[in-house]
Design a protein around this ligand. Structure first.
Ligand SMILES: [Zn+2]
Length: 167
C-alpha cells in the first residue's frame, strides 16, 4: 500500500473528474431528497455547494455513485426530461431497438456512444433531440389505421429491425 500518489489525484481530493457546476464550483454529494422530490430513498445527487442560490444538480447512479451526466439548472433539467420522453418513444414505440436509438442519438449530438446520453446534453441539443425524435415519430406513426398503407408501414418497420444488426 505504499504506492506513490499519481499526479492524477493531486489536484483535488475528489479527483480531477469530480463533477463541477457550470458556475465553476465543485459539486458536493448530498442525499437527492434534499434537492428534488420523488427521488428514491438512498439516492444521492451531485449538488452545487451554492445551492439553493445556484439551483444545479444531477442525480448519482445508485450502484456506482457516478453522476448520470452533468449538473443541470432548472431549464436544462426541464429540457432533459422532455428530451428523454421523446427519445424513449423511439424504441418504446418499436420504431427502433434501444441500441439503434442510442446509435441514432450519437449521430444527432455528434458524440461517441459513451457520451450519447441525455444527461450530457445542453439546452441546444436537448431541443434538437426533441425535434428530431418527434419528426421521426410523426413520419412513422400511422395516422389513419383504415388504409392498406398502414400495413406497408408496419412491414417496413419490421424489415428495418430485421435488417439492422442489433448486437
Ligand atoms: Zn453552481
Amino acid at each position: 500500500m505504499s504506492k506513490k500518489r499519481g499526479s492524477r489525484n493531486r489536484r483535488t481530493p475528489a479527483g480531477a473528474d469530480w463533477p463541477r457546476c457550470s458556475c465553476g464550483c465543485q459539486a458536493v454529494l448530498r442525499p437527492a431528497g434534499e434537492v428534488c422530490g420523488g427521488a428514491k430513498p438512498g439516492t444521492m445527487a451531485y449538488v452545487c455547494p451554492r445551492y439553493p442560490e445556484c439551483d444545479s444538480y444531477v442525480l448519482a447512479r445508485s450502484d456506482t455513485q457516478k453522476p448520470m451526466g452533468t449538473l443541470a439548472w432548472p431549464e436544462l433539467r426541464r429540457l432533459r426530461r422532455a428530451a428523454h420522453v421523446s427519445f424513449n418513444r423511439l424504441y418504446e414505440s418499436g420504431l427502433m431497438t434501444k441500441r439503434e436509438a442510442y446509435r441514432w442519438l450519437s449521430g444527432i449530438v455528434q458524440a461517441p456512444m459513451a457520451y450519447a446520453h441525455i444527461g450530457y446534453l445542453g439546452e441546444y441539443y436537448c431541443r434538437v433531440v426533441i425535434e428530431e425524435s418527434e419528426k421521426l415519430l410523426a413520419r412513422n406513426t400511422p395516422k389513419e389505421p383504415k388504409s392498406s398503407q398502414t400495413e406497408g408501414r408496419e412491414r417496413y418497420a419490421s424489415t428495418y429491425r430485421r435488417g439492422t444488426k442489433a448486437g
